[in-house]
Ligand binder design. Structure first.
Ligand code: DHB
Length: 305
C-alpha cells in the first residue's frame, strides 16, 4: 500500500489529511477524531483571550452547494482552553495545531504566549476576524499591514513553535497576503478560510436562515476558489501550504496537492459524513495513487505549471 506519510515544517504527519479549525469543537470529540484512520493532525477551534458566546442559532446551515456558518468564534477563552489542550494532548498521537483569534493587535502576543505554554505542534492564526480598532471593523486578513503585525506578534511569542497564517480568500490578490505572511516570518500558510460572507433566505419564514443573518461559505461551492488560491500562493512563496476548501474525496485531496499543498484540510465534509470521512478519503487517495502510478505525494506536489 502507498504511504501517505508527509513531512511539513520538519514534523512528520501520518497522513496529509487534517481536520480544520472550528468543525469539531469539544475537546473530547477531538480526542476521538484523532484516533480515526487516515487522519494526519487535529486543528483546535480558534481560541481567543476571553470567552466568547455563540451567535443566535442556527449557526450552521447546509444548502445545495455547501454550508454557510456564523458561529461567532464561540470558545471558552485562553485560560480554560489551555487546560483543555493540556488534558487532550496526552490522549492524541497525531500533531496538534491550535488556532488563535484576536480582535486587536495587542491581544496576539499574550494569547500566543499562553497557547505556546501548552506546547502544541503548531499555532495557526485565524486572520479572518474583524479588527475592532479599525472603524470599519475590517478583518486583519484583508489588510496587508495588519496581517504583517499580527504574524510578527505571534512569532515573537511562539518561540520554536511553527506559526501558520490562515489566509482569507476575500481579497483582490491573495498572493500579496501570502508574500506578506512569508516576509513577516510565518512558517506556513493555510488557505482558504470561508468565503463571502453569504446570505440564505427561508422563504416560508421570510427571514434569513442563519441566526446571525450572514456567514462564511464553505464546502463544495468553494473548491475551485480554494484550488486557484493555493495554486497562486504556491507560485509566490517558498513556505509550505495547507490547502483547505471543499475537499470531500480522494480526488479533491490529490487536486489540492497537485496545485501545491503539502497538507489538505477537511472541514465541511466532517459535518456531512462524520469522522469516517478520513479513512474514506485516505483510501481513495491510495487507490488513485495505485491506478496512476504515483510513487508518493511529494512526486505530484505542485506539478501544474
Ligand atoms: C466563524 C469563524 C471563521 O473563521 C469563519 O471562517 C467563519 C465563521 C465563526 O466562528 O463565526
Amino acid at each position: 500500500m502507498k504511504t501517505l506519510q508527509t513531512k511539513f515544517c520538519n514534523v512528520t504527519f501520518p497522513s496529509p489529511l487534517i481536520s480544520v479549525s472550528g468543525i469539531v469543537t469539544s475537546p473530547q470529540a477531538n480526542a476521538v477524531l484523532a484516533k480515526e484512520k487516515g487522519i494526519g493532525a487535529i486543528t483546535w477551534k480558534s481560541v481567543s483571550l476571553r470567552e466568547r458566546k455563540s451567535h443566535p442559532v442556527p449557526v450552521v446551515v447546509p444548502y445545495s452547494s455547501g454550508y454557510i456558518n456564523s458561529v461567532g468564534l464561540q470558545n471558552p477563552g485562553l485560560e480554560q482552553a489551555a487546560k483543555d489542550i493540556l488534558h487532550i494532548k496526552k490522549q492524541i498521537r497525531v500533531p496538534l495545531i491550535i488556532s488563535i483569534v484576536a480582535f486587536q493587535i495587542s491581544e496576539f502576543y499574550p494569547l500566543a504566549l499562553g497557547v505556546a505554554k501548552t506546547r502544541p505542534d503548531f499555532i495557526e492564526i485565524n486572520l479572518s476576524c474583524p479588527n475592532v480598532d479599525d472603524e470599519a471593523g475590517k478583518p486583519f486578513g484583508t489588510d496587508l499591514l495588519m496581517t504583517t503585525l499580527a504574524i510578527q506578534e505571534v512569532k515573537r511569542a511562539a518561540g520554536d513553535i511553527p506559526v501558520i497564517a490562515k489566509l482569507t480568500p476575500n481579497v483582490v490578490d491573495i498572493t500579496e497576503f501570502a508574500r506578506a505572511a512569508e516576509e513577516a516570518g510565518a512558517d506556513a500558510i493555510s488557505a482558504i478560510n470561508t468565503s463571502g460572507p453569504g446570505l440564505l433566505i427561508d422563504v416560508s419564514k421570510r427571514k434569513p436562515k442563519l441566526g446571525h443573518k450572514i456567514g462564511g461559505i464553505s464546502g463544495k461551492a468553494i473548491k475551485p476558489l480554494a484550488l486557484r488560491c493555493v495554486y497562486e500562493i504556491a507560485k509566490t512563496v517558498n513556505i509550505p501550504i495547507i490547502g483547505i476548501g471543499g475537499v470531500s474525496t480522494g480526488e479533491d485531496a490529490i487536486e489540492m496537492i497537485m496545485v501545491g499543498a503539502t497538507l489538505v484540510g477537511v472541514g465541511s465534509a466532517i459535518f456531512g459524513v462524520g469522522n469516517s470521512i478520513f479513512p474514506k478519503i485516505a483510501q481513495q487517495m491510495q487507490d488513485i495513487m495505485e491506478k496512476h502510478h504515483i510513487r508518493d505525494l511529494k512526486s505530484i506536489k505542485k506539478c501544474i505549471d
